[in-house]
Design a protein. Sequence first.
Lengths: 116, 115
Amino acid sequence: KAGVTQTPRYLIKTRGQQVTLSCSPISGHRSVSWYQQTPGQGLQFLFEYFSETQRNKGNFPGRFSGRQFSNSRSEMNVSTLELGDSALYLCASSLHRDRGPYNEQFFGPGTRLTVL
Amino acid sequence: AQSVTQLGSHVSVSEGALVLLRCNYSSSVPPYLFWYVQYPNQGLQLLLKYTTGATLVKGINGFEAEFKKSETSFHLTKPSAHMSDAAEYFCAVSDRGTSYDKVIFGPGTSLSVIP
């Protein structure tokens, strides 16, 4: 079974631009979560989608948005990029939405975004 | 608020030596506890987790961790380090019955293995 895939793997943008990142979950998984990873802040939760609806959102500005399609694929968008948005963006999928630890998250390799 | 600390942002061990990565959490109620590993240019992979029951948890690749409530700790160990263990390790906690937005990750410990 294929793992979580993220495209593109690397991106270079300039300040003020916008960017869209894509995540394809493991087949059959319906929950997709996004995380931002930076050396200074570590891993921070962005948002979670389930059945095309955003279920939870982390503490990020409105410039960060996302969506999920009927096939569970998800995209996240960052508008008006800032230098501080440079990070590794990780997507994780899980089978269900239940909150127990038995519903393991599987992470993709991430998209490395550099903002110049 | 729940927090996770990992003592030592960087740990170096010799090949064949004991690996000990430290994790402490702040919750007064035993949470769910996790260790993840991240290899270069890859996402996170679950090593092991503690939910309930036996406090010594065995994971993949020969790693294990022991939950100690009295010390609010969940240290990760491996008896003999391999070169392939060089990676970033993250401890994470979540309060029971909460969602992924409440999963708190520690800052990570980078493990180097010296031949």
